[in-house]
Write a protein that binds this ligand. Structure first.
Ligand code: NAI
Length: 331
């Protein structure tokens, strides 16, 4: 039998946490033959609720779940973890400036970076979900210099999955027949959902999405804004932000990173830029990646037209600004 993997979920008493921990305990994230020990962290005001989640995990009698650590102590939470899913953060409240939210979150990510660096298992893989996701991940990377930068990522898989969903709805086809959309850049409304290389499996072989949709006006405008604004549309409908789709996409992100992407398929991940596609190095930016043997690699050599180039640059500019703002908060 395999040794259990220790999986940390921060903000585990929150909405995404509540959807995410049962998925992990059922094997959705790491596969049906990988036992897990869940480490759940939240802050003292949420301690009682966190304990309630722990009680429900016991009650659900998940066969793969070999233990639960529920704590408000960041060192205890981080100790020995192989995977860290960082969902905890300070939400934007009415009347708060962007800078105030940024300031709260970068200080959380700075201190949790040190705890992970000192106490996590060697080669721990980190996924930041909490917003501003790319910049929180960048701060985590900067303040955990001994964790290899390739191990620190942020979630844009939800945006990727939303793009697949929109194409499948538009063409009335199975979502599993659509692949290779790309989310470039920031997990924000400046992200660029790109279908220029996306394909659909048809009885006559793989066809480009552009050829099947036949409506460039829709693809170049409404499709993009629908994906960019989907988070806001969910909040409007549910009066709460996306949780089940965020949790499911977080599982997809780690699953594919650890177990690999299928041959011929790429996914989107926020990763540390090496300057590929002329994206400034030193930002956490969402790229198309393939994964093998637990390592991601940016897909190279895709053609970028002029329309796309502008959009890649716009979202990079926003990330550079966020980075500067984050540093000014820490100064
Ligand atoms: P929530 O407010 O329901 O839960 C957040 C939890 O984090 C709360 O239980 C809170 O007590 C906890 N927390 C706050 N500070 C903490 C700290 N220092 N350490 C540990 N826990 C802490 O929020 P929800 O809906 O679960 O969303 C979580 C985050 O995920 C938000 O930042 C949200 O914007 C982001 N998000 C990101 C998405 C993505 O695709 N990247 C998609 C959806 C949400």
């Amino acid at each position: 039998a395999k040794e259990p993997a220790r999986v940390l979920v921060t903000g585990a008493a929150g909405q995404i946490g509540y959807a995410l921990v049962p998925m992990i305990a059922r094997g959705v994230m790491l596969g049906p033959d990988q036992p897990v020990i869940l480490h759940m962290l939240d802050i003292p005001p949420a301690a009682e609720a966190l304990n309630g989640v722990k009680m429900e995990l016991v009650d659900a009698a998940f066969p793969l779940l070999k233990g639960v650590v529920a704590t408000t102590d960041v060192v205890e939470a981080c100790t020995g973890v192989n995977i860290a899913v960082m969902v905890g953060g300070f939400p934007r409240k009415e009347g708060m400036e962007r800078k105030d939210v940024m300031s709260k979150n970068v200080s959380i990510y700075k201190s949790q970076a040190s705890a992970l660096e000192k106490h996590a298992a060697a080669n721990c893989k980190v996924l930041v979900v909490a917003n501003p996701a790319n910049t929180n991940a960048l701060i985590l990377k900067e303040f955990a210099p001994s964790i290899p930068e390739k191990n620190i990522t942020c979630l844009t898989r939800l945006d990727h999955n939303r793009a697949l969903g929109q194409i499948s709805e538009r063409l009335s086809i199975q979502v599993s027949d659509v692949k290779n959309v790309i989310i470039w850049g920031n997990h924000s409304s400046t992200q660029y959902p790109d279908v220029n290389h996306a394909t659909v499996k048809t009885p006559a072989g793989e066809k480009p999405v552009r050829e099947l949709v036949k409506d460039d006006a829709w693809l170049n405008a409404e499709f993009i804004t629908t994906v960019q604004q989907r988070g806001a549309a969910i909040i409007k409908a549910r009066k709460l932000s996306s949780a089940l789709s965020a949790a499911s996409s977080a599982c997809d992100h780690i699953h594919d990173w650890v177990l690999g992407t299928p041959e011929g398929t790429w996914v989107s991940m926020g990763v540390y830029s090496d300057g590929s596609y002329n994206v400034p190095a030193g930002l956490i930016y969402s790229f198309p990646v393939t994964c093998q043997n637990g390592e991601w690699k940016i897909v190279q050599g895709l053609s970028i037209d002029e329309f796309s180039r502008k959009k890649l640059d716009l979202t990079a500019d926003e990330l550079s600004e966020e980075k500067a703002l984050a540093y000014s908060c820490l100064a």
